[in-house]
Design a binder for this molecule. Structure first.
Ligand code: MG
Ligand code: MG
Length: 253
């Protein structure tokens, strides 16, 4: 269902479409598919069904026309040359799915296109580590290694990480995108049945972020564009299964 919603929103994306339009379309599609509810709406008070993060916004952007702090979040028509990260989660029969994709609006700068490619590749580098016996450090090392192999020095955002997912949107363990002493001390061996969301966030400039005064929207401190790709991945007896994958090319390798 998450994949279907993201596919639908990707098909709607063109200059002039607003973030509020995308949120309304997501709600309608979730309803049509028979989802129990959106994962994000009401989560710690988040006011919308999806997150829409444009250009320098990294994650948790609030779509327009939803009620926020007694008013309405400002709506925002997208322009050609921008990028938008759409993060989507739904609950079905008590279980959450969570996936994000950064998409171009019309034609975008080649350096931004490369940023998106690097982030998508980093996600898959992480996914391909998933199998019984692998560790969280293997995922982080693969993501970091994939990003560092690019000809451009991208910032890997460290303030936000992937996570376990199941009956709750966010469950243990944290799934970081870079190696750290903290991760090495809290490393975990993957076992069949564990389901995790892997979600690298890259910036064209510095990895440093700040949160806007709306209390949600996370932006790069230097104002340069960011990308965010995420899949929900189950550890199987043989390796992995990407639960939010579609076969038609959106967010595949
Ligand atoms: Mg997530
Ligand atoms: Mg997400």
């Amino acid at each position: 269902m998450v994949a279907e919603v993201l596919r639908h929103l990707a098909d709607l994306l063109e200059p002039g479409v607003t973030t509020g339009d995308l949120n309304q379309a997501a709600l309608a599609k979730m309803d049509e598919l028979g989802a129990d509810r959106p994962s994000f709406l009401g989560y710690h008070g988040f006011p919308a069904a999806i997150c829409t993060s444009v250009d320098e916004e990294v994650v948790h952007g609030i779509p327009g026309r939803c009620r926020h702090r007694g008013g309405e979040a400002p709506d925002r028509p997208l322009r050609g040359g921008q990028v938008i990260s759409i993060d989507c989660g739904v609950v079905y029969q008590g279980y959450h799915g969570d996936s994000a994709v950064t998409l171009p609006v019309g034609a975008i700068a080649p350096e931004t296109e490369a940023l998106l490619d690097a982030c998508r590749s980093a996600l898959w580098a992480g996914i391909e580590q998933v199998r019984p016996g692998a560790r969280l450090t293997d995922i982080a090392r693969a993501i970091q290694g994939s990003v560092r192999a690019a000809p451009v020095r991208y910032g890997i955002v460290e303030d936000y990480v992937g996570h376990g997912i199941g009956r709750n949107l966010h469950e243990p363990p944290n799934v970081p995108n870079v190696l750290s002493f903290h991760l090495r001390r809290n490393d975990l061996v993957l076992e069949p049945g564990l389901v995790i969301a892997i979600e690298p966030m890259l910036a064209l400039g510095s990895k440093r972020t700040r949160t806007l005064r709306d209390g949600w929207t996370v932006v790069t401190k230097d104002g340069r564009p960011a990308a965010h790709f995420e899949h929900t991945v189950a550890v199987t007896a043989e390796g992995y299964e990407v639960l939010t994958k579609r076969a038609d090319g959106l967010m595949t390798h």
